[in-house]
Write a protein that binds this ligand. Structure first.
Ligand SMILES: Cc1ncc(COP(=O)(O)O)c(C=O)c1O
Length: 459
């Protein structure tokens, strides 16, 4: 699946030959059948070119069935749907005698009581963690607050938080509000990592320089796994090692990384990471997100946290005791019983990831986005500025563009692309984002999108 090989390597030939090279790439793509497992948005009868998986992933066709199964369980069993099989009295403590029926272990379909446990293994595989280091819960910003409660422990000497200048606004709001919650003034306590002048890339030398200057005063660093605007992939291991050398806690926002790029969180060993599941994980709008807490924090009692009954020792949860005994690992940060109907589509999606295989998906992703970059360069040249690093190691599937020349409004441009049948998006100040997703996008989609871009730029 090397685009240049299939195209014959000629710089100007892709368009001369219409979509033929893209079709050849699609024909050689053994992940191509996965596309049919997704509902593909249409505009009337016209199929859209959907390159917006970085914002909202498409619906697996199996999702309605998985959700319907939980609705049916509710209809048929009422409160007893919390248990894996019939005959259990409601809310009997798991771990008490006689057939507690913990489905994950017995192989039965789980009841709602331990429903979230089915996500541990597949999520751990996606982020390169141990099972007990991950949990599906809440949404990203909620999880970020929960993590900051535990890992941002300001002292008189060490009280600052370092984020990137272009951090996703919700992360910034969370961090600033946490600073104020601790009686700190963000004007003093919030540090920003800025890209090099004229660049969108967050380079490690600058990060290390900030640490060298301020490391002793930084309590916590929060960085993205993949930057939401530029699409740059950061080196989680190297950044974590640097932060830890200076005694700083470090966490990652993996909204744009999970399901997109390989991760090895256990090995790289940040303190925590948080993510949402509606982008590359295709779990639907507002789907339940997730959280990673490294094993070294497994002895949860040593960390302050906000507590809730779903984080309480599962064997004792229904004893209704007044004192809290946290579960070991990430599950100990759960607050409430999970929203089953918002979790169910994630199960549908994770099955597809397991079936396709992560390494396989990544190989296609590198080729697909490489093809997009190649077409952009060949066809649009100077008229677009690509903000995403071209090296596959330093990006996922998203490509971010600025249009050139002139003060074209990216909003209007995105609207015109949409009218031409291409779903992309833009973010202020002027970034157009396109993400070919290996589970459901084709090389032909990329080709058609660049053709539409070219047409609109020339209009
Ligand atoms: C990078 C990043 N961080 C945080 C969020 C906020 O996520 P949530 O609304 O699930 O809290 C988003 C949402 O798109 C995001 O892209």
């Amino acid at each position: 699946m090397r685009p240049r090989d299939l195209d014959g390597g000629g710089r100007d030939h892709l368009f001369d030959r219409g979509a033929a090279p893209a079709s050849a790439l699609d024909a050689a793509d053994d992940l191509a059948p996965f596309r049919a497992r997704f509902a593909l948005p249409k505009d009337g009868r016209r199929a859209l070119i959907y390159l917006c998986g970085h914002s909202l992933g498409l619906m697996p066709r199996s999702a309605p069935r998985v959700v319907a199964a939980e609705l049916a369980r509710w209809a048929a069993r009422g409160v007893e749907g919390h248990f894996a099989d019939r005959g259990h009295s409601a809310f009997r403590p798991r771990g008490s005698t006689a057939g507690a029926g913990t489905s994950a272990k017995s192989g039965m379909s789980p009841g709602w009581l331990d429903y979230h446990e089915r996500f541990s293994a597949p999520l751990a595989a996606l982020v390169g963690a141990r099972r007990d280091e991950v949990v599906a819960m809440n949404t990203l910003t909620v999880n970020l607050h929960l993590m900051l409660v535990s890992f941002f422990r300001p002292t008189k000497q060490r009280y600052k938080i370092l984020i990137e200048r272009d951090a996703f606004p919700s992360d910034r709001y969370a961090v600033e509000s946490q600073l104020r919650f601790h009686g700190l003034d963000p004007r003093d306590a919030l540090l920003e990592l800025t890209p090099r002048r004229g660049s969108w890339e967050l380079d490690r030398e600058r990060f290390e320089a900030v640490l060298a200057d301020e490391g002793e005063r930084i309590a916590l660093v929060l960085l993205p796994g993949v930057q939401y605007l530029s699409g740059e992939r950061l080196d989680v291991g190297a950044l974590t090692a640097a932060a830890r050398r200076f005694g700083c806690a470090i966490g990652f926002d993996l909204a744009h990384a999970i399901g997109n790029v390989p991760l090895a969180l256990h090995r790289d060993a940040p303190d925590f990471a948080v993510w949402c599941s509606y982008k590359y994980l295709n779990a639907g709008p507002g789907a339940v997100g997730g959280c990673f807490v490294h094993r070294r924090a497994a002895d949860a009692r040593s960390l302050p946290r906000f507590e809730g009954w779903w984080g309480h020792d599962v064997r004792r949860r229904f004893l209704m005791e007044p004192s809290f005994a946290p579960l070991r690992g990430a599950e100990g940060w759960q607050l409430s019983n999970p929203p089953i109907l918002s979790l169910a589509p994630l199960a549908a999606s994770l099955e597809l990831f397991a079936e396709a295989g992560l390494a396989h998906l990544r190989r296609k992703s590198v080729a697909l986005t490489g093809y997009l970059l190649q077409l952009l360069e060949n066809e649009l040249g100077e008229r677009v500025r690509v903000l995403t690093p071209s090296s596959p190691e330093r990006r996922g599937c998203q490509v971010a563009l600025q249009l050139d020349p002139g003060p074209r409004s990216p909003a209007r441009f995105a609207a015109r692309l949409r009218a031409a049948g291409v779903v992309a998006d833009w973010r202020p100040p002027s970034v157009l984002r396109l993400a070919p997703v290996p589970l459901y996008n084709r090389f032909r989609d990329v080709h058609a999108a660049v053709r539409a871009l070219k047409r609109e730029l020339e209009a």
